[in-house]
Write a protein that binds this ligand. Sequence first.
Ligand code: NAD
Ligand code: SIN
Length: 474
Amino acid sequence: MADTYIDGQWGVGDGAGFESVDPATGESVWQGHEATAAQVDKAVSVARQAFGAWRLTSFDHRAEILTRYAEQLVARKEDIASAISSDMGKPIWEARTEAGAMAGKIGHSINAYQERTGHKAGDGFSLSHRPHGVMAVFGPFNFPGHLPNGHIVPSLLAGNTVVFKPSELTPQVAAIMVECLEVAGLPAGVLNLVHGGRETGGALLNAAIDGLLFTGSAKTGTAFHKHFGGRPEVILALEMGGNNPLIIREPASVEAAADIAFMSAFITSGQRCSCTRRLILPTGSFGDQIVEALVARIAKVTIGHGEDEVFMGPVVSAQSAEAAIKFETELIAAGGKPITELDRFDNAFLRPGLIDVTDAQTPDEELFGPLLQVIRADSLDAAFARANDTRFGLAGGLVCDSPAIWEAAQANMVAGILNWNKPTTGAASSLPFGGPGLSGNHRPSAYYAADYCAWPVASQTSPTAISPAMIGMT
Ligand code: NAD
Ligand code: SIN
């Protein structure tokens, strides 16, 4: 089966074979080969060659190709959804929303390019932007189409060329993306695809790239940041994880607040970077009612295979399910009191868990699964202090009907995505996406992706040569 795509040609990786296993069924759904370092180098050198012509095409030409790409993504929506769902277990309805977001990204990226990095000229000045060169795009498993697409589309629009390495857990959708770009008329060499895990990724890091656009864990992103230490000429955009807090305060509808918390913590089986990990509730009966409402929702939540009409699928792998249980065990050893324990069944399925960690010494880590930590705080200041007690800063939220408390939350909570009476998940492509601390390197994506895909050229101009007023000669 062809897996690599280099210089407009489909080929087979020369490295080790690997497969993708549907975590819902245990079936092997894709088999392919890793690209070797030699193939990665070839992909980068082809992308470098293609950059020469691609960067000189007009923005309108590039936007036309990408608009046709969006049409192809719409036409292939079911294929995309099925590839995503069978690779990582996401229910098919949710995989369809991911496919829809991929097509929607093109219009947002065209607007963002024009608004943030287009060409501007005025009396005596002009401002234009240039592409960096060859961008390496590393994808995560949880949004295997939408998130790499969120780096690829703005990169190509700005005139960069790309070498794309998807997550080895979710390889399938990448080929469909390439096919859509081929039909849309993208010239050979402008986008190249290599598959594989750490070895292939390591080869791409060591190749002659001009930019690394990464979405993944803080552990990997931090290692990549170190790898490029002392190389300021390589642009890094690191989109990493969070240990996201959601504060619920009175007055708020118990049912609506519990729905928001439930959705925030357990959508995609807790495998979104924006998922709430820490729920901060007031002490007393209002907080107790929210806990009870969450327990009731966990007992009733529908969990199943991708094709079923269910809220949640499995987590991405058996190892991931094991890691979640291990994390829960560590929280219990650290003084956490389980309210509803994670329930593992059929290999990679987890019924969500809820654990009170108010008095526990918990690690400040992102557990990428359906386990929600509850913290009780008796004052608003204490709630803010607990919310900010993290090295991450991706997402946060407040559920409360008081505008004054929302104003206080805006002043006090540290998070790049800060929502009021809405889930912490469900980011808008029309807004920036990223946050401080270990969540990234201050290069937010989505609407601001345009910023890291091009560099500015600021010019002061005059149509004729004029002597400066003061040249310091007698
Ligand atoms: P990951 O860090 O394990 O892997 C991401 C990519 O890096 C994959 O392509 C993987 O193959 C590659 N990689 C990992 N280790 C490598 C190594 N040592 N050398 C070379 N390549 C390597 O992340 P994941 O588990 O796929 O994704 C989940 C993580 O992504 C979570 O932490 C989540 O919070 C984060 N995430 C962040 C955002 C965001 O926009 N901030 C969005 C989605 C997911
Ligand atoms: C993610 O990128 O992991 C989450 C996006 C969202 O907020 O839905």
